[in-house]
Unconditional design. Structure first.
Length: 363
């Protein structure tokens, strides 16, 4: 298989972690007989510095013409004072909108080897957590009408959804749940918001096609509480853009390992998907060989699975990561008792962790 992957290193630790993911992809290509060509995309704060805007059209076009896209991270305090319309985060919105990826799949998986890092009690998490959040990505309040009054004392943002925008998300939620534990929870604020009431109506309509899946509804404030009180009740969560943004970050924290969590942003399958770790750009450790590359490496595994339909290859990466953790190798963010890990000679940096995944992949 010959495929082109757009690389969007971005800012901060983005280039560090992307480099290790590329090394792993190359190892996969060598082992399984595939060839991956890479095209670099400049987006985020680095694009502001070079071009004066976070996502020039010619850079977006590189991503659109690739078979898939892998993103590192964008943003940082360096660009906190730039005009709102050219903030680095606008590159993310531009990529999502331009690539027509409308659904973000974010697994919140607690690795058994890192259970000690989970902030919840053992009786709450049991033998582990495995939650999939399906977040709507290109609609809602982040893309709605907005404005500020001339005197600067009033501002507004608008939440708006169409039936079609909601249906494709809840349908993906049902499809995902069908292949998991068969429970879909739609999170909304239907006691207040008209848009949320439409979410419920759409979900109930689509549910008729998936009788084997149990459909639940939760208000977003209750869902936030239940994620820390009883997270094991959740299988798949489907929700709006803003609610998904908040809840997916919360879910990632209860796993205790934000540096381990990948994500996929998918469209209708006719164009490339966008894959990225959920962590930020962490500019304070950029270029210091301290970042954990595993979330980006696992994002590359999702890329192989969803865009290239290479399940065996994706599983090989995930198994290699599991074995690295089984043998006690840790970056600082997941070390736990860092002195004990250091004393055991198992504390490693970005590059070494990437090398270990390649080594275990080839065993």
């Amino acid at each position: 298989m010959n495929k082109t992957i757009a690389l969007i290193p971005g800012d901060g630790i983005g280039p560090d972690v992307i480099a290790e993911a590329v090394n792993v992809l190359n190892a996969v290509g060598k082992k399984f007989g595939h060839s991956f060509e890479y095209k670099n995309v400049i987006a985020g704060g680095c694009a502001i510095d070079k071009f004066g805007e976070p996502l020039p059209k010619d850079q977006l076009d590189i991503a659109l013409n690739a078979d898939s896209a892998l993103l590192g991270a964008v943003g940082g305090p360096k660009w906190d004072d730039v005009a709102p319309e050219i903030r680095p985060e606008k590159a993310l919105l531009g990529l999502r909108g331009g690539m027509k990826v409308y659904a973000n799949l974010r697994p919140a998986l607690m690795f058994k080897q890192l259970k000690a890092a989970c902030p919840l009690k053992d009786e709450v998490v049991g033998d582990g957590l495995d939650i999939l959040i399906v977040r709507e990505l290109t609609g809602g309040i982040y893309f709605g009408e907005r404005g500020t009054s001339e005197d600067g004392k009033t501002a507004w943002d608008t939440e708006k959804y169409t039936w079609a925008e909601i249906e494709r998300i809840v349908r993906l939620g049902f499809e995902s749940a069908k292949n998991r534990r068969k429970i879909l929870t739609v999170v909304d604020k239907a006691n207040i918001l008209n848009s949320s009431r439409l979410w419920r109506k759409v979900a109930e309509t689509v549910h008729a096609e998936y009788p084997e899946v149990t459909l639940n509804f939760l208000y977003v404030d209750n869902a936030a509480m239940q994620l820390v009180r009883n997270p094991k009740q959740f299988d798949v969560i489907a929700t709006s853009n803003m609610f998904g943004d908040i809840l997916s970050d919360e879910a990632s924290q209860i796993t205790g390992s934000i540096g381990m969590l990948a994500s996929a942003s998918l469209g209708d399958g006719t164009g490339p998907g966008l894959y990225e770790p959920i962590h930020g750009s962490a500019p304070d450790i950029a270029g210091k060989d301290l970042a954990n590359p595993l979330a980006t490496i696992l994002s590359a595994a999702m890329l192989l699975r969803y865009d290239f339909k290479l399940e065996e290859e994706a599983k090989a990466i995930e198994t290699a990561v599991e074995k690295v953790l089984d043998d006690g190798w840790r970056t600082g963010d997941i070390a736990g008792d860092i002195e004990a890990v250091k004393a055991a000679g198992k504390l490693v940096g970005t590059k070494k962790m990437g090398e270990l995944v390649v080594e275990y992949l080839n065993k």
